[in-house]
Ligand binder design. Structure first.
Ligand code: DX5
Ligand code: ZN
Length: 224
């Protein structure tokens, strides 16, 4: 399966010092930075939008913004996020009025040069991702908490979906997001996840570099 990637969720960072918080995580070995965009409609909270992404892009050299779009109208933000420097764009299948037309947003995302990813919330089965959709995206995101807030408890019952998707899509990146830390990353890795999002476990750590190294080691050793 694909290579291990760690994507710290900025939701657990100090937003007033976002540029430095992101640089700190990149310095600790994070390949990506997970930008949780919430619009107050798809989820109750509001976090940030394209203007903040653009500032990060301008301020942090070589930042790879992995944009998790918890928004009611995911198509609407594809171009603004691409123009703001987003590198990967994750939409929720639950946000599409007609999931049969998911290829339209995937094509739109790809037309901007960004990577495309589709997310499923805890109550959405892996079967909601058709073979066609799964094969058209670069990454699948299995949420391991209900989207909307950081610091929630990891939901073990979501892990089998990772294994189901890994079996169907052996070459794709599979991301897990929500409550992931040193104690829960192992089961995700064994199920086939290779892209780890963590907020609290990284921004709250005394030595984030050690936690990031541990995540990657647990992913790599689960492949053997
Ligand atoms: C939840 C977000 C996650 C979350 C991760 O809505 O999508 O990215 O902030 O944070 P932790 O790791 O603290 O659960
Ligand atoms: Zn997220």
């Amino acid at each position: 399966s694909p290579k291990a990637i760690v994507s710290p969720s900025v939701l657990a960072s100090n937003f007033a010092d976002l540029g430095n918080e992101i640089r700190r995580m990149m310095h600790c070995g994070a390949e990506w930075v997970h930008m949780d965009v919430m619009d107050g409609h798809f989820v109750p909270n509001i976090t940030m939008g394209a203007p903040v992404l653009a500032s990060v892009h301008k301020t942090v050299d070589n930042v790879f913004m992995d944009c998790h779009m918890m928004v009611a109208d995911p198509k609407r933000w594809v171009k603004p996020v691409a123009e703001a420097g987003g590198k990967s764009y994750t939409f929720h299948i639950e946000a599409l009025s007609d999931p049969e037309n998911a290829h339209e947003i995937v094509d739109l995302i790809h037309s901007t040069g960004m990577r495309a990813a589709v997310a499923i919330s805890p109550d959405t089965p892996s079967s909601a991702i058709s073979d066609r959709l799964g094969n058209s995206v670069d990454m699948l995101l299995v949420m391991t908490v209900v989207p909307g807030a950081g610091g929630q408890k990891f939901m073990q019952r979501c892990v089998p979906k990772v294994a189901e998707l890994r079996a169907r899509f052996p070459q794709k990146d599979i991301q897990v997001d929500g409550g992931v830390g040193p104690g829960t990353v192992g089961c995700c890795a064994r199920a086939g996840s290779n892209v780890i999002v963590a907020g609290t476990a990284l921004f709250g750590a005394e030595k984030p570099a050690d936690v990031i190294a541990d995540f990657k080691q647990q992913i790599d050793s689960s492949k053997e």
